[in-house]
Design a protein around this ligand. Structure first.
Ligand SMILES: Nc1ncnc2c1ncn2[C@@H]1O[C@H](COP(=O)(O)OP(=O)(O)O)[C@@H](O)[C@H]1O
Ligand SMILES: N[C@@H](CCC(=O)OP(=O)(O)O)C(=O)O
Length: 374
């Protein structure tokens, strides 16, 4: 598989859009541009892609609504502008997605929310539930309550943390340049576009500069940092020009646009490591000897037929522990069925899932890509 094919195959994506783009360099929300991105996103949703949007622009839109020409220095003024602008932001996202019959949801997060384990897990459950319902969450930083110390500071970082939380396959950062250049193209007209690198490549540090814009905060430095954060849970990052015609559709088709930043370890390995270290188990599946044997051999999914007993209360997508009949832990993984459903299909062949439950979401109890052997 070529690296760009990862975009064609992604099942869950986070799309982050910066202030300069969304507000047409501060001239108020660029509704036609936003509408065009939504058209492309709706087509992705139609193809079964789960999407989360991280939308900047509340401060810029607030400034525009309040008639302020200069970005205020004081935190409380920025927060006031953000509160005014956030109204316009969510109204516009909602109205544009509504044209396609897609619901949106507003999610405002602070750093605290994602560093506190309980809130992290609750946030994860809510986001997962929204995605299961086919809703597109629209995320921004909760600017009203943040203080200097706890600000993400830029939505690139927020986008990466959201990609970690939802275990996205990829993070797409739409910005006002065509991608990451070997030097800041605003200051160096001879700069050339970097098309593909490992996110951890140290050579990139010298290339990425800060923001020259009045609206954006992070510049390429925070986009690079975001790519490194996203890589921890196995997500690739694309930094790409949001004004390129049909940008999301063309990326989906595998076209080489923007800069692709890849996790070093490989997507699945990084993701598995992330899952094992960040999620607590919610229940237990006791396996028969045959299932223990195939899991230990590696590379196989766990089917319902190999499960003898189910304990605990868990929902689809939560982490469960797989143990042998003596209680020794064999593996951990994200389960495809809730505790009640898992109990009903335990010991049964995958062919009978539909008869037992009345529907089938997956043939596997735990897919091999979502499982870590311990
Ligand atoms: N190596 C680089 N390649 C591309 N852009 C760069 C680079 N270094 C610095 N920049 C600056 O980063 C800006 C984009 O970041 P930013 O203003 O924060 O936008 P956004 O609102 O999309 O987050 C570009 O307009 C550019 O001036
Ligand atoms: N929460 C702020 C985010 C500001 C921000 O990070 O902007 P950008 O660098 O353009 O993504 C807002 O909505 O204005």
């Amino acid at each position: 598989m070529t690296e760009r094919a990862q975009l064609s195959q992604a099942r869950r994506l986070v799309v982050k859009i910066g202030s300069a783009l969304l507000t047409n360099d501060g001239r108020g929300l660029d509704v036609p541009a936003l509408g065009l991105w939504v058209d492309q996103m709706a087509a992705l949703v139609e193809q079964g892609v789960e999407l989360v949007v991280v939308s900047s622009g509340s401060v810029a839109e607030g400034m525009s609504r309040l008639g302020w020409k200069k970005r205020p220095e004081q935190l409380h003024e920025l927060q006031a502008a953000a509160a005014v602008g956030q109204m316009g932001l969510v109204q516009t996202w909602e109205a544009e997605f509504k044209r396609h019959g897609i619901h949106t949801a507003q999610i405002l997060l602070t750093h605290d929310d994602l560093s506190d384990r309980k809130r992290y897990l609750n946030g994860r459950s809510t986001l997962r539930a929204l995605l299961d319902f086919g809703v597109v969450p629209i995320v921004n930083e909760n600017d009203t309550v943040v203080t200097d110390e706890i600000r993400f500071g830029d939505n690139d970082t927020l986008g990466a943390l959201v990609a970690n939380v939802v275990e996205a396959d990829g993070l797409i950062i739409l910005t006002d340049q065509l991608g990451l250049f070997d030097k800041d193209p605003r200051k160096n007209p001879d700069a050339s576009l970097v098309t593909e690198r490992f996110a951890g490549d140290r050579e990139l540090d010298a290339m990425a500069g800060g923001s020259a814009g009045v609206l954006g905060r992070g510049g390429m430095q925070t986009k690079l940092r975001a790519a490194r954060l996203a890589a921890r849970s196995g997500a690739f990052t694309v930094v790409v020009g949001g004004r390129i015609e049909g940008v999301l559709t063309r990326l989906r088709q595998g076209e080489v646009l923007g800069t692709l930043l890849l996790p070093e370890q490989g997507r699945i390995a990084a993701r598995k490591q992330w899952l094992a270290s960040h999620l607590q188990t919610r229940g237990r599946l006791t396996l028969d000897d045959g299932a223990v044997k195939v899991l230990r051999l590696g590379g196989r999914s766990l089917l319902p037929v190999g499960v003898k007993a189910v304990t605990g209360q868990f929902r689809r997508g939560e982490m469960v522990s797989c143990v042998d009949q003596k209680g020794n832990e064999i593996a951990r993984g994200l389960v495809n069925y809730s505790a009640g459903e898992a109990g009903a299909i335990a010991g049964r062949s995958s062919n009978s899932i539909a008869d037992i439950l009345g529907y089938i979401s997956d043939e596997e109890m735990i897919h091999r890509d979502n499982m870590v052997i311990v």
